[in-house]
Design a protein around this ligand. Structure first.
Ligand code: FMN
Length: 321
């Protein structure tokens, strides 16, 4: 069978090769619900949530608020110590997820200042304890780890091997250093190295936006799966498009589908965040109408209005014509 027809295997689970990457504030529950209208089987990462937040009375409830039909879900944690790993995992396992991921790649200052995210790549002994603690708590539940090229200097093979030795079932690499954040060309040769050095599946994240880019990265690296991040922003059909194109099938969306997605997204955001959903929608609109003539007029309206009816009318007038 061809590589593209075969599934990605993570422990005892199988998924199509294209996965929804975690994008904090973007691939949230309202968005994942839309993705499920197109793609039922693909594994979707949740946005990263710190074990301190998940286990607390205050933020904990919102952090595990999602619908069961969003599954299969890979719940992503951040952590800077073994404290609270058990408690946070219990909350998430109670709710029901398919996989748990540890974020060892986030470059954000507020996170690395507490020793979480990509800072863990620079503190291997502490990372080891955290990995062991997750593995022990999760028992047989599939456990994955998302890393970067390194913190200030490259050490991806060392960290990925450690994760494998501690019982991780798969590794995803975003092959840029913490210092590069989300800029520059990802160094896919690092994913190829991991593929050679590890026995568990390796997935890659970074600038995969269509089937041609996925195919090019597969040919360079031999990886098992692809995390789709910004390429999916306001394109809930993206995983479906990639899957169809990888199987040699046509797939295109028309303006009517874009309109239905934008309206559905707005409704989901308001259901989830209340009135704040209208503000949250503002960051998604430019991506829905990117490249369309006169889109600036619609953006002006949406950025100045908080009236749901008016915003919906604006979308219908613009995309429905
Ligand atoms: C707005 C934004 C939020 C992100 N949030 C997370 C996150 O919560 N957890 C994580 O592991 N990576 C996060 N990332 C990194 C992405 O998952 C991905 O690795 C990176 O954007 C490169 O892939 P892309 O080019 O497909 O976007 C985020 C990236 C962006 C741009």
């Amino acid at each position: 069978m061809s590589y593209w027809k075969e599934k990605l295997k993570i422990s005892n689970l199988e998924f199509p090769r294209f996965l929804g990457a975690p994008l904090d504030g973007v691939t949230d529950s309202p968005f994942r619900q839309l993705v499920r209208k197109f793609s039922k089987e693909e594994l979707l990462y949740t946005e990263m949530r710190h074990v301190n937040c998940v286990s607390s009375q205050k933020g904990g409830h919102k952090a595990v608020q999602f619908e069961q039909f969003e599954r299969p879900l890979n719940y992503q944690f951040a952590a800077n110590s073994v404290d609270l790993v058990d408690k946070a995992c219990e909350k998430v396992l109670e709710k029901g997820v398919d996989c748990v991921d540890l974020n060892v790649g986030c470059p954000a200052r507020h996170l690395i200042s507490s020793g979480s995210g990509s800072a863990l790549m620079d503190d291997v002994p502490r990372l080891k304890k955290i990995l062991q603690s997750f593995r022990e708590k999760l028992k047989d539940l599939p456990f994955t780890v998302k890393i970067r090229a390194g913190f200030k200097k490259e050490n991806s093979v060392e960290v990925a091997k450690l994760a494998q030795d501690c019982g991780a079932d798969a590794i995803a690499i975003h092959p840029r250093l913490q210092t590069q954040k989300f800029q520059g060309i990802p160094d896919y040769s690092l994913a190829a190295n991991l593929k050679k050095e590890l026995s568990i599946p390796v997935m890659v994240s970074g600038e995969i936006v269509d089937f041609n880019s996925a195919k090019m990265v597969y040919e360079q690296t031999g990886v098992d799966g692809f995390l789709i991040g910004r390429g999916m922003w306001s394109k809930p059909w993206k995983l479906k498009e990639l899957r169809e194109h990888s199987l040699g099938n046509d797939f295109k969306v028309d303006k009517g589908t874009i309109l239905q997605c934008a309206l559905g997204h707005l409704d989901n955001l308001v259901d989830f965040y209340g009135n704040d959903g209208v503000y949250s929608f503002r960051k998604h609109v430019p991506f829905y109408v990117k490249g369309m003539p006169l889109a600036s007029k619609l953006k002006e309206l949406i950025f100045s209005s908080t009236d749901l009816k008016e915003i919906k009318k604006g979308l219908k007038d613009f995309l429905g014509s």
